[in-house]
Design a protein around this ligand. Structure first.
Ligand SMILES: Cc1ncc(COP(=O)(O)O)c(C=O)c1O
Length: 372
């Protein structure tokens, strides 16, 4: 079987725990159980019996998830180990060898690699920096055809933090419907909007829509490995059948905690914590960027936990990231991981002190080598 190394994940898992300051984190500083739960809930966790749960997710958790979307029931939801497993299961449910998958780029490159592993052909359509990372829908129109099985988007976007307008969403749906393609939307950053207004989901915009989401990003609970796939009942039933071959079920403790995190009385508080971290850290990041004048180019994100920047220095992005990691013990993600040299990504959902220290180390390094 042929599949490309998932460079973006591999490089992070190799080094994120070996540096003083990790600026590659794409989510928000995670909750501890003590910060998240009440004393009573913690006691409930102590009493949890560590059995298997229902393999498509407990009814209680699927009810909580279904309630986040218009007109969904528990039969429209499959609980997975992270949204990454939801992406994996969706692709294995919908794609066959020879299919074409049209993917928004830059993007979290998981689906690109899965498409190749499945013998499908990934094709790019671009977010355009010169249009503040809006999607190039003329390009999308020009690359779809009767061979397109799926158009896949990430909304809000990793790594740009762009949010699609409702007109753009409708147009993407129109384009997909014009060739009978599915839309698969990775919405794991939904809920982390800077202006506090939760964006609409693709669910409900067409019959052929699947959505992956989870608690790793906007909810700051990546260690739970709690994700989900939402879509039409029959597609979810097929996905469940495939999921029985992957990891059987998400963990029972994760179910218990997810049920609490997604409860209407807790969810707003959890999302507000992420949004206020983001607002505070974005201010700090923009001051840092501004101090470099034309050397750095940056469209501030509208959502999500990261900043994606272009730099004007004579150094390849992988070399830049490796040098900073080895010499200054600060870790940034090279634009090469997105196929975009001369860019880098930093996480801005970290604790503020970490971010400030990380940015200062980058500043010291750049000054020592480039004199700026
Ligand atoms: C856009 C996007 N989708 C999916 C994932 C996978 O996250 P998880 O499996 O933790 O939900 C990530 C992780 O960085 C991501 O950025």
């Amino acid at each position: 079987m042929k599949f490309p190394i998932f460079e973006l994940e591999r490089v992070q898992s190799l080094y994120e725990n070996t540096v003083d300051i990790n600026l590659t984190e794409s989510g928000f500083h995670p909750f501890s159980l003590r910060e998240l739960l009440t004393a009573e809930q913690l006691r409930m966790i102590e009493d949890t019996v560590l059995g298997y749960g229902q393999t498509n997710g407990s009814i209680a958790v699927r009810e909580r998830i279904a309630a986040l979307y218009p007109d969904l029931t528990t039969d429209n939801v499959l609980v997975t180990n992270g949204s990454s497993e939801a992406n994996f299961v969706a692709c294995h449910t919908l794609l066959e060898p020879g299919d074409e998958v049209v993917m928004m780029v830059p993007n979290y490159m998981q689906i690109w690699g899965i498409a190749e592993e499945l013998g499908a052909k990934p094709i790019a359509f671009h977010l355009r920096e010169e249009r503040d990372w809006a999607p190039d829908l003329e390009e999308l129109r020009s690359v779809v055809s009767g061979r397109t099985k799926m158009i896949t988007v990430c909304n809000p976007s990793n790594p740009t933090g762009n949010i699609l307008t409702q007109d753009e969403m409708r147009e993407i749906v129109n384009i997909a419907e014009s060739v009978g393609a599915w839309i698969h939307a990775d919405e794991v950053y939904r809920g982390a909007e800077l202006d506090g207004k939760e964006i609409p989901s693709f669910i409900g915009l067409s019959d052929r829509v699947t959505v992956s989401c989870g608690l790793s990003k906007a909810y700051a609970l990546p260690g739970l490995r709690m994700g989900w796939l939402a879509g039409p009942t029959d597609t979810i039933a097929t996905s469940w059948a495939f999921h029985d071959y992957t990891s059987i079920t998400a963990g029972i403790l994760s179910h218990t905690i997810a049920e609490i995190a997604l409860a209407p009385e807790n969810r707003p508080r959890i999302l507000d914590r992420s949004r206020s971290m983001l607002r505070e850290n974005l201010k700090t990041t923009m001051e840092w960027v501004d101090s470099y004048g034309d050397l750095l180019r940056f469209v501030p994100p509208k959502a999500g936990g990261m900043a994606f920047m272009h730099y004007d220095l004579e150094i390849n992005s992988t070399e830049f990231a490796e040098w900073l990691r080895k010499e200054y013990s600060v870790f940034i993600l090279a634009g090469d991981c997105y196929g975009m040299d001369n860019y880098f990504r930093i996480g801005i959902g970290a604790e503020k002190a970490q971010l400030v220290e990380g940015l200062e180390r980058v500043r010291a390094a750049v000054h020592s080598r480039f004199g700026v």
